[in-house]
Ligand binder design. Structure first.
Ligand SMILES: Cc1ncc(C[n+]2csc(CCOP(=O)(O)OP(=O)(O)O)c2C)c(N)n1
Ligand SMILES: [Mg+2]
Length: 354
């Protein structure tokens, strides 16, 4: 662990910091367990946030509950921070009957209206014009909603990024773009993504502020995003916040990063683990002890394992739910198909391949 910093008082409310730390530990634990389950063939796919917990959670906690989150690829954990229960969250990953989205989305692409969060956008960048559209809708309706639009460094090479930034700048949409620059877009390093000196600097061309922060520094992320959210809410328009962080693990459970990146780079970034950085600061402020740490780790592991056991027990979504939610008046052809399906014996559940 790094040496504790000598700071007298925490620069942001201590209850925010403590809550963040607990949520960061819970997310790290969850990611570790789910990657293991994927390797055991119990889950089809998983995308972890490991190393990016501060950028994800310290930004999300700067929002109000009525604000909306449009994630990129690694911000599902913000739903848990916003109070979404762990069991249905896991049911989405298992794609079973406990999943609010009825097993229709790829694992890890959870969403819930109850916490104002849409699904991960595996189509890189498409969430950005959608987020700006939602921000404009909020403005036209005259409510106070702010939209957090997350993106990865890779998304900055997409046309949608530029379309969204331009529109947001011209119309002063109440949106905060939060770029998790984790140095990689699967196997493409950030150096091959842009010739700009940073991602934040791109905001200048669109006429609004861009700030770059240490994305592994919980306090820095919180402060930068809070300021941007306050500005958006008070009519000051968008901000682009670039959080410089690092993807410690694989791009997803389908990826093997040893094929394209140097392990020494990963080892260097592990020394800047956002959980450890925050823990050492909490200790320096006298807000955290080794005993609390042990208790938290044990409690989180128990919670996560208990939720996995409960979620995994649930059956598949009912087959006929395939036909729900698309048509107000279901056409005769689909009614026929539905009846045919129900008359046939259910297929054995396909096990995901490890
Ligand atoms: C439009 C589009 N192009 C390519 C892909 C394949 N793809 C999936 S994730 C990814 C990399 C995304 O990198 P980044 O935006 O940096 O996010 P990160 O995975 O690092 O969080 C790519 C190229 C895709 N899903 N959609
Ligand atoms: Mg990336």
């Amino acid at each position: 662990m790094r040496a504790a910093q000598k700071l007298e008082t925490p620069p942001i409310p201590r209850e925010v910091l403590l809550r963040l730390y607990r949520e960061m530990v819970r997310l790290r634990t969850l990611d570790e367990r789910m990657m293991t389950l994927q390797r055991q063939g119990r889950v089809g796919f998983y995308g972890a946030c490991t190393g990016q917990e501060a950028a994800t959670l310290a930004s999300a906690i700067a929002l109000e509950a009525s604000d909306w989150i449009f994630p990129a690829l690694r911000e599902g954990g913000a739903m848990l921070l916003r109070g979404f229960p762990l069991v249905p969250y896991l049911c989405q990953i298992f794609g079973n009957a406990g999943d609010e989205t009825k097993g229709r989305q790829m694992p890890s692409h959870m969403a819930s209206r109850s916490v104002n969060q849409v699904s991960w956008s595996s189509c890189i960048g498409t969430q950005l014009p959608q987020a700006v559209g939602a921000a404009m809708a909020a403005r036209i309706k005259g409510d106070r909603t702010v939209i957090a639009a997350y993106l990865g460094d890779g998304a900055t090479s997409e046309g949608d990024f530029h379309v969204a930034m331009n529109f947001a700048g011209v119309f002063k949409a109440p949106v905060v773009f939060i770029c998790q620059n984790n140095h990689w877009a699967i196997s493409v390093p950030t150096a091959k993504q842009t010739a700009s000196e940073s991602i934040a600097v791109k905001a200048v061309a669109y006429g609004f502020p861009g700030v770059k922060v240490d994305g592994n520094d919980t306090v820095a992320v919180y402060r930068a995003v809070k300021e941007a959210v306050d500005r958006a809410r008070s009519g000051g328009g968008p901000t682009l916040v670039e959080c410089e962080t690092y993807r410690i693990g694989a791009h997803s459970s389908s990826d093997d990063p040893t094929r394209y990146r140097d392990e020494r780079e990963v080892e260097q970034w592990k020394k800047r683990d956002p959980l450890e950085l925050l823990r050492s600061r909490l200790q320096a402020w006298g807000l955290w002890t080794a005993r609390q740490e042990d208790e938290l780790r044990a409690q989180v592991l128990e919670e996560v394992n208990g939720a996995i056991a409960e979620a995994e027990k649930k059956p598949d979504p009912p087959r006929e739910s395939l036909f729900d939610d698309v048509y107000a008046n279901v056409p005769w052809s689909l009614r026929e198909q539905r009846e045919e399906l129900l008359a046939s014996p259910p297929a054995a559940r396909a096990k995901p391949s490890p």
